[in-house]
Ligand binder design. Structure first.
Ligand SMILES: [Zn+2]
Length: 226
């Protein structure tokens, strides 16, 4: 049986790697210094390198189902996403944190339905997005709004990480809430001032904007029409 994956590995080494050889050598010699932590959904159609035009060494990536942020609480379980946030902020000293959801997100859709009893971990994981659910039948528009509300919810949770909050407030880290519309090839950027998402083609900033304490009146933005 042909092993297509093995063929691809060989092609990468033989055809693609040579043009990056020096770049990777430099990244090995000098270490990685990515300035951006990208937290994205695991969905295969979300391709961070394509979206951002980033190359090797530029993005510190965390991906999980739904692009969810676990609560900051050292006492429960092993949270890979939490560990990655701490490492990116404290060791790599990233300047930007992107939370990127997307259209047609299976995680968001799954929250409106039943999860297989064989997937208790997935069921629990989805709890991290449930506050974003709308009390309606999940049509296309409601799903899109839920996807966007889930991004805001994760940003709020990110601000509960003390090392993130202090750096955002000191202007050392900017937060970026993104909703990527797969079929349009466009990221919609959350603007914290208006509480809405603006297509990148119309936005004046890739981030949430100067941070004002919407977290203080927790829930208000989520309850408003987006
Ligand atoms: Zn997704």
């Amino acid at each position: 049986m042909p092993d297509e994956l093995l063929d691809r590995l060989r092609r990468f080494h033989d055809d693609a790697f040579p043009q990056y050889r020096q770049q990777f050598q430099d990244l090995v010699d000098e270490g990685q210094h990515p300035t951006t932590l990208f937290i994205g959904c695991s969905d295969s159609r979300l391709v961070p390198y394509l979206l951002t035009g980033a190359g090797p060494g530029e993005l510190f990536l965390v991906r999980n189902v739904g692009a969810f942020i676990p609560p900051y609480d050292g006492s429960h379980g092993h949270h890979g996403t939490t560990a990655a946030i701490e490492f990116a902020v404290l060791n790599l000293k990233v300047q930007r944190i992107i939370v990127c959801g997307h259209s047609h997100c299976g995680a968001i859709k799954a929250m409106y339905g039943e999860v297989s009893p064989e997937a208790p971990n997935l069921e629990r994981w989805l709890d991290l997005g449930r506050e974003a659910l709308l009390p309606v039948q999940p049509g296309p528009e409601a799903l899109r709004r839920t996807e966007q509300r889930a991004v805001i919810l994760q940003l709020e949770r990110l601000m509960e990480y003390p090392m993130v909050r202090s750096r955002v407030q000191a202007g050392q880290i900017s937060l970026h809430g993104w909703h990527y519309v797969i079929e349009e090839g466009e990221v919609h950027v959350f603007d914290v001032k208006t509480g809405g998402f603006v297509p990148a083609s119309l936005a004046d900033n890739s981030g949430t904007g100067p941070y004002h304490p919407y977290v203080e009146h927790d829930g208000q933005v989520l309850l408003d029409e987006l």
